[in-house]
Each structure stands twice: as structure tokens, then as C-alpha cells.
Unconditional design. Structure first.
Length: 446
């Protein structure tokens, strides 16, 4: 049985960093496109030179000569090559070119009605100018209107989006890399609060700086936790000697005082034992093996019932999990005894839900106020302090049970039932399904 390397531990991918990367990339792309687009439009407005009327005035005057000739002698105009018709040329009218031709004719001599059409698949414009008699002079015209830049502009923007998109994605990946390292480190934190070591010789400067900072944090955090555990263990151990002396001295007290002293010393002894057990559970992983949960629960419920505690075993399905059997037995014992003691009786069931083995411990007690239910795993927590006098216990059983369950890659939740009672739900991955999903502090089944 070996501990899996933290480097090979699969880390759940969070959507938060991915979303941030997408937002950064999208922001960069939009910024680049907006800036380039505005710069392109501004350049077009600044550098696009409007048509000078004097440049096209000779063409307009030639049209005036043809108009005068057609109005005086239509036949001579036709013989000279002019196209005089009873109606204007048919086709798709170009409003911009038509308006421009009217303005030029008015600028160079006489205003008259005129239309310009664009023939399909031809760059040449066809102008129709109204004569005095109501007929029309049709002639070819040059296109002085500015070119249509929108297709080229759209293609230009598409190229910018493609190029800036690739660059922006690379930039977003680089920017969010330290965040991904932090997220992976947080996701890899084990039940004992330790972070896996992160390589400091890969990536850019910001990545290496992040790795170094997290490694320093891991060392300091581990030292702080170990110091706390040593303090708790030492305090629990050192309490035994004065409590032993006090117990001996209590034997010489009067009968009416002796019982109360011994009761208080027994409670102190339980607190010391629980504190030492808590330290042991946080510092020792133990061996894991494939365990059949159904027989374990049946044996456990039978033992608790033999101690005259109200507990029953309900529906139980056959399922194997990868756990430390002694540690799990202790955790379940704490939870079931707590339900039987404080909840007026416990009922235990075992179900298979998807890839999880789910143990439920139900009781019929008064439950816990919703405002306090999040504190149930805190050390020495009691809903009613008066229970210290009527129900024995140090107040660390629930905390120890959670430490064991989480160390065995399980989860525990507690919620109120309707109309009364508590539901404790303990889940473990089914053996074989959890391969590769254990944390760096967990052990693998052989």
C-alpha cells in the first residue's frame, strides 16, 4: 500500500478559471477589433478625398452640348451617335450617382431631371437626362462615386478577429496560469491541511513565483498544524498525572463530595482521551483495504444494541468500499451512538446511489436549530449545555468521526428531518470506482 503521488492526482477542473480565461480573451479580441475598426473608419474619413466639382465639370459641359443638340435637332443628334428615347433607360437606379449627376448639371449650366442606372455585370453607368420635349437623352457615364469599401472592411475585420483571437487565447492562458496553479493546489489540500509540493522549475517567472509562494505556504501551514497537534496531545497527556492525583485525593473526601469529584474527573478524563484520539486521527492515515460494508454494519449495530442502546438496522445492500476498517468502525460507532443517545434511537440503512455507497443514520430526536447545524462538527459543541450533566461525553465524537470519514475519501452531511429528527448521510466511493480519485494523503487498496 503506497500513497499516490500528488503530481499524478487528478484535479477537478473549475469553471471559474476557464470562464475568466474566456473573458480575458474575449475582452482582448473586442478591444483590438474596436480599436482597429475605429482607426480604419477614421483613416477612411480623413484620407478619402471628395470629388472635386471642377474635375468633372468638362464632362458635364459635354453632356450639356449633347442636350442642346438633341433638343434643337433630334435627328442630327441621332446621326451624330446620340441615343434619344421616349423614356429613360431601364435598370437598377443608383440614387447616389443620380443625385451627383443632377448636381453637376445644375453646377455647370442647367438643372434637369436625370437618372443613372447600373447594368448587371458591367462597370459602366448609363445616364438618362430629360430633354425639354419630354424625351430622354441616354448616354454612358463615368462612375465618380466612391468605391464600396464594406466587403473589404468586413474581410479586414475577420482577419483581425482571427489573428487577435489566437493571440488573445495565448495571452489569457498565460495570464490565468498562476490562478490555475493556485486552484489546483487548493483542490489538492488534504484533510490534514497539507498542500502538495509544486515544481518551481517550470513555466514563466510569474508561474515560478506562484509555485514558490505556495510551497512556502505549505511548509508554514504544515508546521503550524503539527505544532497545534503536539500542543493538544501534550496537554491531553499531561492532564493525566494531575487527574490521577486528584482521583486519589478524592478517595479521602466525604461520601457526599466524593461522587461529584469523581464524576468531574471522569469527564476530564474523557476530554483528554478524545483530544489525544483526535490528534491520532489527524496524524495517522492507517491501512486501507476492501471492506464489505453490509457485514460491518450488521456487526456494529449488534454490538451497540447489546449495550442497551436503541438502534435498528434497516435496508442494507451488498457493496465494497476501500477504507480502513478499524477507523471506519470507530467513526460509525460515534455517529450511531450519538444518534441513539441524543435522538431517542437510531435506524441505519445502506444503499448504492450511482457510484457511491451511502449510509444513512436516522433518529427521532428534537433535531438541531438551523442556525446551529453548521456548528455540529466544532469541538465540544452541544446544542443544550445542560446535557453535560445528564449525558456523558467530551463533545469531540462528531469531529473525530468527520476527520476519519474525510481521510477515507468519504463525505458526511447532517440535516434535519421533517417533522423531527436528524439524518446523517455518509458516502464512500465504491471500491474500484474510486481508483485514481484519492487525495495525496489517502492510501490505496491493495
Amino acid at each position: 500500500m503506497t500513497a499516490p503521488s500528488a503530481a499524478h492526482k487528478p484535479v477537478r477542473k473549475s469553471r471559474a478559471v476557464k470562464t475568466l480565461g474566456f473573458r480575458i480573451a474575449a475582452l482582448l479580441v473586442i478591444s483590438i477589433v474596436v480599436v482597429v475598426g475605429l482607426a480604419t473608419l477614421a483613416a477612411r474619413l480623413v484620407f478619402h478625398k471628395p470629388v472635386d466639382p471642377e474635375a468633372v465639370a468638362p464632362v458635364a459641359r459635354q453632356i450639356h452640348i449633347l442636350i442642346t443638340l438633341a433638343e434643337r435637332d433630334p435627328q442630327a443628334a441621332r446621326e451624330a451617335g446620340a441615343d434619344v428615347r421616349d423614356e429613360p433607360a431601364r435598370g437598377r437606379v443608383d440614387p447616389k450617382a443620380s443625385r451627383f449627376l443632377k448636381d453637376m448639371l445644375a453646377y455647370t449650366g442647367r438643372a434637369t431631371d436625370a437618372t443613372v442606372i447600373r447594368e448587371p455585370n458591367s462597370p459602366v453607368l448609363v445616364a438618362s437626362v430629360r430633354l425639354k420635349e419630354g424625351n430622354w437623352l441616354v448616354l454612358s457615364a463615368l462612375d465618380f462615386s466612391p468605391p464600396n469599401v464594406w466587403p473589404g472592411f468586413v474581410a479586414w475585420i475577420v482577419l483581425i478577429v482571427a489573428g487577435s483571437g489566437a493571440i488573445s487565447v495565448l495571452a489569457a492562458i498565460k495570464v490565468t496560469r498562476p490562478l490555475r496553479i493556485i486552484e489546483e493546489a487548493v483542490e489538492s489540500v488534504g484533510p490534514n491541511g497539507e498542500l502538495p509540493h509544486i515544481r518551481e522549475d517550470v513555466g514563466g517567472n510569474e508561474v515560478r513565483a506562484t509555485a514558490r509562494a505556495l510551497n512556502r505556504l505549505s511548509v508554514r501551514l504544515k508546521a503550524a498544524i503539527e505544532s497545534r497537534m503536539r500542543l493538544v496531545a501534550a496537554a491531553g497527556h499531561d492532564l493525566r498525572t494531575p487527574m490521577t492525583r486528584m482521583r486519589l485525593r478524592a478517595e479521602f473526601l466525604p461520601e457526599e463530595e466524593r461522587g461529584r469529584w469523581l464524576s468531574d474527573l471522569e469527564e476530564l478524563d474523557q476530554i483528554a482521551d478524545s483530544a489525544i484520539s483526535l490528534v491520532r486521527e489527524e496524524s495517522v492515515s492507517g491501512d486501507a483495504e476492501t471492506v464489505a460494508l453490509a457485514p460491518l454494519l450488521e456487526s456494529l449495530v449488534a454490538d451497540i444494541a447489546a449495550a442497551d442502546l436503541p438502534v435498528t438496522l434497516g435496508r442494507v445492500e451488498e457493496v465494497d468500499v476501500c477504507v480502513g476498517p478499524l477507523a471506519l468502525r470507530r467513526a460509525l460507532t460515534n455517529l450511531i451512538v450519538n444518534a441513539a443517545t441524543h435522538g431517542g434511537g437510531a435506524s441505519v440503512t445502506l444503499d448504492i446511489i450511482e457510484s457511491q455507497a451511502v449510509i444513512r443514520i436516522l433518529d427521532e430526536g428534537p433535531g438541531i436549530p438551523e442556525s446551529l447545524i453548521d456548528q455540529i462538527f466544532e469541538p465540544f459543541f452541544r446544542v443544550d449545555l445542560a446535557r453535560r450533566k445528564t449525558i456523558p461525553g467530551a463533545g469531540l465524537g462528531m469531529l473525530i468521526a468527520r476527520e476519519i470519514i474525510e481521510r477515507l475519501a468519504g463525505t458526511i452531511t447532517i440535516e434535519n428531518r421533517d417533522p423531527r429528527g436528524l439524518r446523517q448521510t455518509i458516502s464512500f466511493p465504491i471500491a474500484g470506482v474510486a481508483d485514481g480519485l484519492l487525495s495525496a494523503q489517502d492510501v490505496e487498496c491493495t
